[in-house]
Write a protein that binds this ligand. Structure first.
Ligand SMILES: Cc1ncc(COP(=O)(O)O)c(C=O)c1O
Length: 368
């Protein structure tokens, strides 16, 4: 006899939003030579963060402060908000799960873009929500279309990533501010800003967090280079953030991650350094693929969508060719986004690998 799983869980497909590179390496029996497929930041964390984490390791016998107080104070100061506008959690992925749980019951309508970040969809499915997907417009998430769809179906939640994954495209601050001002009554927007730290802070949307119906999600995984630490935060109206307290995993954030995140925020030179390294790597990726007649989409992130100019089947063959040649990259799952493959920024030594392997992978893709 099987245990009494809920109907919801019993009927969920056993899906994983992203199969990790380690899983692929185990299946191949070989390591990748370039790990540039998961939008990690190979330039690494701030040296101050590494030092703080080293010191914190000796205190790992302690539970971390469940209120993340010191870190929340630093985050609140960074964004000019109050302490009760900030929730710290196990990366954006963990926080998105909580946001979904706050408002989604079986049958609740949720709006996102067709081909947008799948981990959000995974959480919605996990709580029985009913996803409505709006097509991208010119390779950008269509914020007006998302709002229209939300009004029509009475959505409780709307998801938008700005800048976007998987395309790397973005909306200027004025558009996001216009979106925030037009959120349908009783709906909430999840504004996923995982990549916003790669942009200059002056380009960020200005949203009065207390009077909006927007939750902004930030992470230490991307520009701060701490993906393995699993730490991020949400900013939102105090009344919404208070509800997170009822359901969050109070001891879920680890002590080392807290120390690293706090030290990162104290290193004023880190983000400018990372932004210029990432911009140079984006240019290099453009040059590598440009030599072979491929174009790149404009990107405000630490990855570049390379437009194969062909269909999804061709892009898949190219991706497989690169994987077979030890280059870990990924591609979007649905048309028309799946004409692209996504190449992440990395150290020069890593980008040397696709530079060397792309010609053979392209030849193989063309011949099949
Ligand atoms: C749009 C987007 N949101 C969230 C995440 C995950 O962030 P975290 O590591 O904070 O869970 C990613 C990682 O690739 C992402 O692309």
């Amino acid at each position: 006899m099987s245990p009494r799983f809920t109907d919801l869980v019993a009927h969920l497909p056993a899906s994983v939003p992203f199969v990790g590179p380690e899983t692929q390496e185990r299946a191949r029996g070989r390591r990748f030579r370039a790990r540039i497929g998961a939008n990690e930041n190979g330039f690494g964390p701030s040296p101050l963060a590494i030092e703080a984490m080293r010191r914190a390791a000796a205190d790992i016998w302690k539970y971390a402060d469940p209120e993340n107080h010191e870190l929340r104070e630093a985050i609140a100061a960074r964004h000019g908000v109050r302490l009760d506008n900030v929730v710290v959690g196990e990366g954006i992925d963990g926080l998105l799960g909580l946001a979904v749980r706050l408002v989604v019951a079986p049958g609740t309508k949720v709006v996102t873009s067709l081909g947008a970040y799948p981990t959000f969809n995974f959480h919605v499915a996990g709580f029985g929500g009913d996803l409505v997907r709006v097509p991208y417009a010119h390779d950008r998430e269509d914020w007006r279309g998302l709002l229209d769809a939300a009004r029509q179906c009475g959505a409780a939640l709307i998801y938008l990533a700005n800048p976007d994954n998987p395309m790397g495209t973005w909306w200027p601050a004025a558009d996001i501010e216009a979106m925030a001002a037009a959120v349908p009554e009783r709906a909430l927007v999840c504004l996923d800003e995982a990549y916003v730290d790669f942009m200059d802070a002056s380009l960020e949307p200005r949203i009065d967090i207390e009077s909006s119906r927007v939750i902004r999600f930030r992470t230490f995984s991307k520009a701060f280079g701490m993906a393995g630490a699993r730490i991020g935060y949400a900013l939102g109206p105090a009344g919404v953030m208070r509800e997170f307290e009822k359901i969050r995993n109070h001891y879920g954030v680890n002590l080392v991650a807290q120390a690293g995140a706090l030290a990162s925020l104290g290193d004023a030179g880190h983000l400018p350094r990372i932004r210029s390294a990432v911009a140079a790597a984006r240019d290099r990726i453009g040059a590598i693929v440009g030599t072979h007649g491929l174009a790149v989409l404009p990107s405000a992130t630490n990855f570049v969508a390379v437009d194969t100019g062909r269909d999804g089947a061709f892009a898949r063959r190219l991706l497989d060719g690169l994987l077979a040649r030890d280059v870990f990259v990924r591609m979007p799952g649905v048309a028309p986004l799946d004409r692209t493959i996504r190449i992440g920024c990395g150290l020069d030594s890593e980008l040397d690998v696709p530079a060397a392997e792309l010609p053979a992978a392209l030849d193989a893709a063309c011949q099949t």
